[in-house]
Write a protein that binds this ligand. Structure first.
Ligand SMILES: [Zn+2]
Ligand SMILES: [Zn+2]
Length: 315
């Protein structure tokens, strides 16, 4: 790092700051499903007006959504995806995939993703753009540059938002558990740390700069959610290793695309704070989302949601 390159927040922190908030994820989910107008956001998400309004403002300021005038007198605006919002497409796909894989059930929303290009119903998969192999966390090596992890301090005062999704008054949602997990910045950053190979209390503490009481609550919550397991590696005093379960490991593509999104949209063209290498092909990893059936890269235009058995809220 040269002297003139002032330390900047790691792009993942920026991405997490914008997206990892439960009301924001609820709003984004409804945008992805075609909602554009304020009253519809209210009806579908069940969030309070003031909450919707602050989140929409933040998303517009970040370039994720943009306002479009749809009525002249009085002036009315609708919200559509802006450039950075469109670039979140692989993140949304992987969230949808994970939720369908781990939370399927008769009382749950089921969606089929139909790939128009090949005419098949399919599941999105995350592959290396260079060798086309499916990306597994274990096949990715990371190296951090000097300025990584600045920005932690900005999160100290944030309150936990998880649980909000459960208690909201709107209809059933697609990203039920996802919005609980990624709606909480600390949990997201702890998952990220776990994917970096961190498994012990002190390691999480150092990596996330979180306070000890928040750390303990989150570790227990991640175990409760069956994303982490806990195993003693020492007695007197008892110390534990926290490891990702297969359900937790399967969140990797979401974090990977979130990181890529952060670097692409907020990295400002500087050297990425984190460089990833795909071990099987020894190339810098650029992940892409492809169709499980034809292996073509997925685009918004090539995809259709089919068979949504979704409970719509009344009125
Ligand atoms: Zn590769
Ligand atoms: Zn296909």
């Amino acid at each position: 790092m040269t002297l003139d390159s002032k330390p900047q927040p790691d792009a993942i922190w920026k991405a997490v700051d914008i997206i990892c908030d439960a009301p924001t994820l609820l709003l984004m989910e409804s945008v992805w499903l075609g909602t554009r107008r304020f009253d519809a956001f209210q009806r579908i998400t069940g969030l309070m007006k003031a909450v919707i309004s602050t989140r929409l403002k933040k998303l517009v300021a970040a370039g994720v959504l943009k306002k479009r005038l749809y009525y002249e007198k009085p002036k009315r605006y609708e919200y559509i995806l802006d450039e950075k919002g469109a670039a979140l497409f692989p993140v949304a796909l992987m969230m949808l995939r994970w939720e369908q894989a781990w939370n399927a059930g008769p009382d749950r929303i089921s969606v089929k993703l139909h790939h128009r290009s090949c005419g098949q119903n399919m599941s999105p998969i995350c592959v290396c753009g260079h060798c086309s192999e499916e990306v597994q966390a274990i096949d990715v090596t990371r190296s951090l540059t000097a300025h990584a992890n600045q920005g932690a301090a900005g999160y100290m005062k944030r309150r936990r938002q998880a649980g909000l999704a459960k208690s909201r008054s709107g209809g059933t949602m697609l990203f039920d558990e996802i919005s609980e997990i990624f709606g909480d910045r600390w949990s997201t950053l702890m998952l990220r740390a776990a994917f970096m190979g961190i498994s012990r209390y002190d390691g999480f503490l150092k990596e996330t700069s979180v306070s000890t009481n928040i750390l303990t609550t989150r570790l227990n919550w991640l175990i409760e959610k069956k994303l982490f397991t806990k195993k003693a590696y020492q007695q007197n005093p008892e110390r534990f290793d926290y490891k990702l379960t297969s359900k937790g490991l399967d969140l990797y593509p979401i974090l990977l695309f979130l990181l890529q999104w952060g670097e692409e949209c907020f990295g400002g063209g500087r050297t990425p704070s984190l460089t990833l290498e795909h071990k099987p092909c020894k190339q810098a990893l650029q992940a892409i989302a492809v169709c499980s059936s034809c292996r073509e890269q997925l685009t918004v235009e090539s995809l259709a949601l089919a068979d949504i058995n979704m409970e719509k809220p009344n009125s």
